[in-house]
Design a protein around this ligand. Structure first.
Ligand SMILES: Cc1cc2nc3c(=O)[nH]c(=O)nc-3n(C[C@H](O)[C@H](O)[C@H](O)COP(=O)(O)OP(=O)(O)OC[C@H]3O[C@@H](n4cnc5c(N)ncnc54)[C@H](O)[C@@H]3O)c2cc1C
Ligand SMILES: *[C@@H]1O[C@H](CO)[C@@H](O)[C@H](O)[C@H]1NC(C)=O
Ligand SMILES: *[C@@H]1O[C@H](CO)[C@@H](O)[C@H](O)[C@H]1NC(C)=O
Ligand SMILES: *[C@@H]1O[C@H](CO)[C@@H](O)[C@H](O)[C@H]1NC(C)=O
Ligand SMILES: *[C@@H]1O[C@H](CO)[C@@H](O)[C@H](O)[C@H]1NC(C)=O
Ligand SMILES: *[C@@H]1O[C@H](CO)[C@@H](O)[C@H](O)[C@H]1NC(C)=O
Ligand SMILES: *[C@@H]1O[C@H](CO)[C@@H](O)[C@H](O)[C@H]1NC(C)=O
Ligand SMILES: *[C@@H]1O[C@H](CO)[C@@H](O)[C@H](O)[C@H]1NC(C)=O
Ligand SMILES: *[C@@H]1O[C@H](CO)[C@@H](O)[C@H](O)[C@H]1NC(C)=O
Ligand SMILES: *[C@@H]1O[C@H](CO)[C@@H](O)[C@H](O)[C@H]1NC(C)=O
Ligand SMILES: *[C@@H]1O[C@H](CO)[C@@H](O)[C@H](O)[C@H]1NC(C)=O
Ligand SMILES: *[C@@H]1O[C@H](CO)[C@@H](O)[C@H](O)[C@H]1NC(C)=O
Length: 605
């Protein structure tokens, strides 16, 4: 791993030199107008959707303010196989860590977020899952806004997607249902473009153990349960992000769109009063901790799309948060909104590795620099080979039986019968975000994630300096049901490998995963090895219909409660985390939010 890391760093530096500056992406404040109709804070996954859709009306001016650098010329984050090296601690990330997690033996977990145009969609693992019907129907029921239901969102779900062939052009019949996908959207979606040696064994298991692990032709049909081929935000062997999809040159050439990078919003502020509410028309920003502060004004709305960590940070810095906590820091309260930063939700992740007899695994590539360079060259010259994909092969989604004793004392945290409790991700090689990667050997990894968690954490300020990191506490396993489900998921991964097809392939569970027998053994293993799959949400959540003031942070149209002219559009607004890799839901929320904003201001499409 260390070898690969330094190799990768060398590559990253060489491609930096090639970085071209896109004409319309600026880093100089002097090139901005003094006011815009809309200011979008954060050029990330959701922010670029909003900026793109609003500037479809040539009469609406939009500014995107992004803390990170431009994605232009950043070749290394385009190569899908390099996704795992894109974070943490790179030029494209916020290098956050969590607080010591009590239920994880007080371990601190790396908590990177994307800090580059495209946000986390520019550094994520590209798994593209829409999520279950019941999650969206729960959003609709919880908020009383039918517009968030699965059926109502279909037009936006299709609007995001452009289904494209896999890089190797193979016949995908039996691997996906193309009839349910969008064909004209902004984000390329495809299934794997290079075979892996474990593919047949995974698929055979869905036949040999079809009762517990049935095959699912297309987990993006709203009913994800079962095992299927992973769909990814990849087109032509390249990462498709909100930057490549929604900020591409044909959109950047719009005269009404400005994008400033390497510029951090430090707070938003009141510019007037309307209908008794403070109007948030001011955005303050800076280019360094000690550098000058600048102001820009939004004539219509400020849209916070800084992600589930930074959006609540900006709200708190602006005096929108819990009155007592703000007072302690000496921040003047504009709106007493106790839920800002609270109800933090994330998906815990644990990778189980197994020693295997095979040698055709991604470990071979990571251990052999010559082979690595050969594959890189193949990728560069032909657009083919292992590097066209992320290291994830298949994924599966599962429910714990309703009569399980796990639910004796707890209500089932999932949204309903279509919603999984846990997920298994299959990788043809060693995968871990917690332990060291061994320098030799060959492995299969099955990562477990608790996808409908009951645990909640919090995001709070450590100081009033916007350049200080906030305090991130995902509260992993703070609800015991999540630990119990993680244990079930680890056991399910092992049952998967009891299918006859694996008989001569799997040797033994790797490392401390060997010899687990009692539930206490599995729990100890889970506490020692769980980290995150990087899906924070819920820190500026939608309020229930008719909620009292101070409950929830945004209304169901994503406007911030207690003020006027301010909306949140990003993963912060989910009141429950989607039981899915969330980028799809973030894009879909971005599309519907754009439609709501355009409707409110009478903008054209
Ligand atoms: C390592 C990793 C792997 C992941 N893998 C997957 C996956 O395989 N599939 C999947 O579906 N999801 C995955 N996710 C999660 C998914 O990418 C996120 O849920 C989603 O991208 C979040 O979108 P967002 O719009 O809420 O925030 P982001 O996309 O993170 O955008 C926020 C943007 O705001 C900018 N910003 C923040 N603060 C400021 C400020 N003060 N001023 C100006 N700009 C600011 C940031 O730099 C960033 O560009 C992964 C995430 C990570 C980090
Ligand atoms: C994250 O770490 C990388 C590598 O050390 C560094 O280049 C980058 O500036 C850091 N990001 C932030 C926001 O501090
Ligand atoms: C793909 O395979 C299916 C089933 O094997 C077959 O019916 C179909 O004709 C093939 N499509 C192409 C384009 O070859
Ligand atoms: C590894 O497996 C893939 C997929 O089955 C195959 O295309 C490739 O030729 C194999 N490589 C070796 C060295 O056997
Ligand atoms: C920004 O606006 C605030 C509030 O109106 C004002 O106090 C501050 O001086 C302004 N800063 C600059 C640099 O114009
Ligand atoms: C590394 O890969 C190269 C190129 O495929 C191959 O020739 C060489 O034998 C490999 N080295 C080892 C130690 O396996
Ligand atoms: C592949 O292309 C990238 C970007 O153009 C370059 O940095 C890298 O050196 C190339 N790698 C090989 C092995 O050709
Ligand atoms: C749950 O129901 C199944 C099927 O009816 C049964 O086989 C199993 O024993 C039950 N489990 C418990 C814990 O009651
Ligand atoms: C549920 O609570 C009862 C009573 O406190 C306890 O005896 C039982 O062990 C609990 N069951 C589970 C699965 O935690
Ligand atoms: C599994 O791999 C590790 C690392 O190479 C090795 O130390 C260990 O002996 C292997 N276990 C078995 C049973 O082969
Ligand atoms: C919070 O501030 C304290 C005191 O300056 C510092 O020691 C600590 O590392 C900070 N925490 C975070 C998460 O930055
Ligand atoms: C598992 O048990 C075997 C046999 O008792 C022992 O040799 C091995 O060291 C144990 N492994 C771990 C990780 O405890």
């Amino acid at each position: 791993m260390a070898k690969l890391q330094s190799l990768f760093t060398a590559i990253a530096i060489s491609s930096l030199a090639l970085q071209g500056i896109e004409a319309k992406i600026v880093s100089s404040v002097s090139e901005l107008r003094q006011s815009y109709d809309f200011v979008v804070v954060g050029g990330g996954t959701a922010g670029n959707v909003v900026a793109n859709r609003l500037t479809e009306d040539p009469g609406a001016t939009v500014l995107i303010i992004e803390a990170g650098i431009s994605n232009e010329g950043q070749e290394d984050i385009i190569v899908p196989f390099f996704a795992v090296q894109a974070s943490p601690d790179t030029i494209w990330t916020w290098n956050y860590t969590t607080t010591p997690q009590a239920a994880l033996n007080n371990r601190i977990v790396n908590y990177p977020r994307g800090r580059v145009l495209g946000g986390s969609s520019s550094i994520n693992f590209m798994v593209y899952t829409r999520g279950p019907i019941d999650d969206f129907d729960r959003y609709a029921a919880f908020t009383g806004d039918e517009g968030w239901s699965w059926n109502s969102l279909q037009e936006f779900i299709l609007k995001v997607e452009k289904l494209v062939p896999p890089a190797d052009g193979h016949n995908t019949t039996g691997m996906i249902d193309p009839s349910i996908h969008g064909n004209n959207g902004n984000v390329d979606i495809s299934i794997r473009g290079a075979e892996m040696s474990i593919d047949d064994m995974v698929v055979e298991t869905t036949q040999q153990l079809a009762g517990e692990f049935p095959f699912n032709l297309d987990m993006n049909n709203g009913k994800p349960l079962g095992v299927g081929w992973v769909q990814s935000s990849i087109g032509d062997g390249k990462r498709s992000s909100s930057a490549t999809g929604y900020l591409a040159s044909q959109f950047l050439s719009r005269q009404n769109l400005d994008v400033i990078v390497e510029t951090q919003v430090t707070k938003v502020f009141k510019t007037g009063i309307a209908n008794g509410l403070p109007v948030i028309g001011g955005v303050e920003f800076a280019q360094s901790r000690s550098g000058p502060r600048y102001n820009v004004t939004a004539r219509k709305e400020v849209i916070l799309s800084a992600g589930a960590v930074n959006t609540p940070q900006i709200l708190l810095l602006s005096g929108i948060g819990d009155n007592a906590a703000l007072e302690k820091l000496g921040i003047e309260t504009l709106v007493d909104s106790p839920d800002v930063g609270q109800k933090f939700i994330d998906h815990p992740l644990l990778s189980s590795q197994f020693n295997v007899t095979g040698t055709n695994t991604s470990d071979t590539v990571r251990q052999n620099a010559t082979l690595f360079m050969e594959l890189f060259e193949q990728y560069n010259t032909t657009g083919q080979g292992l590097f066209v994909d992320s290291p994830i092969d298949h994924i599966g989604w599962f429910r714990i039986p309703d009569n399980s004793t796990i639910f004796d004392n707890t209500t089932d945290p999932s949204a309903g019968p279509t919603a999984p409790h846990h997920e298994l991700l299959f990788s043809n090689g060693f995968a871990s975000f917690v332990g060291e990667t061994p320098s030799e050997g060959h492995y299969l990894s099955i990562s477990s994630s608790v996808v409908s968690p009951a645990s909640r954490g919090s995001l709070t300020l450590n100081s009033t300096d916007p350049f200080d990191f906030p305090i991130i506490d995902p509260g992993f396993f703070s609800s015991p049901v999540d630990l119990a489900i993680m244990v079930e998921s680890i056991k399910a991964a092992r049952r998967f490998l009891t299918a006859p097809t694996w008989k001569d392939y799997i040797i033994t569970p790797f490392g401390s995963g060997a010899n687990l027998t009692t539930d206490a053994d599995f729990e100890a293993f889970a506490r020692a090895n769980t980290g995150t799959i990087f899906h924070p949400a819920g820190t500026a959540a939608m309020a229930p219909k008719d909620a009292a003031p101070g409950v929830g942070v945004v209304n169901s149209d994503l406007t911030v409660r207690g003020v006027s002219g301010l909306r949140v559009v990003d993963a912060s607004v989910f009141p429950f985390i989607p039981a899915a890799h969330p980028q799809s839901a973030v894009y879909v929320f971005g599309e519907r939010a754009s439609s709501l904003i355009k409707e409110k201001w009478g903008l054209s499409s």
